[in-house]
Design a protein around this ligand. Structure first.
Ligand SMILES: CC(C)(COP(=O)(O)OP(=O)(O)OC[C@H]1O[C@@H](n2cnc3c(N)ncnc32)[C@H](O)[C@@H]1OP(=O)(O)O)[C@@H](O)C(=O)NCCC(=O)NCCS
Length: 189
């Protein structure tokens, strides 16, 4: 087994270790800007939270990872974004909340995903804000969009590029625009 000294002597590993350490340092700094963080937060460069309204909350479980250029927007008074333990949001993913977007633990949210609980405009006078709930151990593929009012069950998978407008049952794979059930009883790791 390599000694720690040997690991540090390897330039590639040294760079990796430095980048990892920087993510934890940014995480510690970022934790002070949110309303709850349970620790071990890892944060990439360019991660931003927009909270122009009062009483908004960002709650992050232990071991949450927010990769480069993730953006969280709390766009109305009282809005909540909650992310469960050991869940990650990959690069450039954006969450927009006017009421609440809650994501469970151990989820993989890929890059360029959009999750929004509001249409931002009212269409034909219908309510334009409805909370989004994403269960535990859900995988959301790259470029997917999840719209207002959607609940995604535990263990579900959303294929890349999907547009999710209806609830997704637990352990179900959905795909397409709009997303339709492809098959049930899926397992992913
Ligand atoms: C979810 C995923 C893994 C499923 O892969 P799979 O099990 O090999 O799926 P299949 O190829 O068997 O496809 C099953 C059906 O769903 C359709 N489908 C699969 N992915 C789709 C997609 N992204 N959009 C639309 N339809 C899709 C297929 O066309 C197929 O339809 P058919 O039965 O009518 O032919 C894959 O589609 C995917 O999205 N991969 C990218 C994940 C990603 O973004 N990873 C980033 C790292 S977090």
């Amino acid at each position: 087994m390599e000694s720690p000294g040997r690991l540090i002597a390897d330039p590639a590993r040294r760079r990796h270790a430095r980048a990892r350490a920087a993510q934890f340092v940014r995480g510690a700094w970022f934790a002070r800007k949110v309303q709850r963080s349970d620790g071990r937060l890892k944060v990439g460069r360019g991660v931003r939270v927009s909270r122009p309204y009062p009483d908004t909350r960002v709650e992050l479980g232990s071991g949450v990872r927010l990769h480069e250029d993730v953006r969280l927007f709390l766009d109305a008074p009282g809005a909540l974004i909650a992310i469960g333990a050991d869940t990650y949001l990959n690069r450039r993913t954006e969450i927009m909340a006017k009421r609440s977007v809650q994501i469970g633990s151990r989820c993989a949210v890929s890059w360029d995903v959009r999750i929004l609980d509001t249409d931002y405009h009212a269409l034909d006078g219908r309510p334009s804000v409805d909370p989004v709930r994403i269960g535990d151990h859900v995988w959301i593929g790259s470029g997917a969009t999840v719209l207002k009012g959607v609940t995604i069950g535990d263990g579900a998978v959303v294929a890349a590029g999907s547009l999710v407008v209806n609830d997704v049952p637990a352990k179900t794979l959905v795909a397409g625009v709009p997303a339709r059930v492809v098959r049930g009883d899926v397992e992913w790791d």
